[in-house]
Design a protein around this ligand. Structure first.
Ligand SMILES: [Zn+2]
Length: 123
């Protein structure tokens, strides 16, 4: 990871577990000495947090933006292949399947088998 001030290389000089249970790394820039902390946050954790404060449409848009800006995140597969395949066979789009699980908290079986309702087809 490069320094946000000078773009120089940084190294981890400290790892700590915060009292909230999250691990952070203290990083220091080799070039300018700037220090900053990084947390690793899963994209879904991030979206869940947004979900508590923003309208659904805004969170959906943010999810799309994350996928466009960080395509490598998509490779980090969250759903078991079995259910993705099952959803596909039942004509349920990935977006719909994902929304059912993440937003409506359906279980994977139901999300990949229940027939599509009219209002789910919007996107
Ligand atoms: Zn720097």
């Amino acid at each position: 990871m490069n320094c946000m001030l000078c773009n120089g290389k940084t190294r981890v000089y400290n790892r700590r577990t915060h009292k909230n249970g999250k691990e952070y790394r203290g990083r220091r820039c080799n070039e300018c000495g700037h220090e900053f902390r990084t947390y690793e946050v899963n994209q879904f954790t991030l979206l869940d947090a947004f979900d508590n404060h923003l309208p659904d449409e805004a969170v959906d848009r943010l999810a799309d933006i994350l996928e466009i800006e960080f395509p490598e995140l998509i490779r980090e597969r969250r759903f078991p292949e079995k259910y993705l395949k099952q959803a596909k066979e039942n004509g349920i789009a990935y977006q719909t399947f994902r929304t059912r699980v993440l937003r409506y908290k359906w279980d994977l079986e139901r999300a990949s088998t229940a027939p599509i309702l009219g209002e789910e087809n919007i996107s």
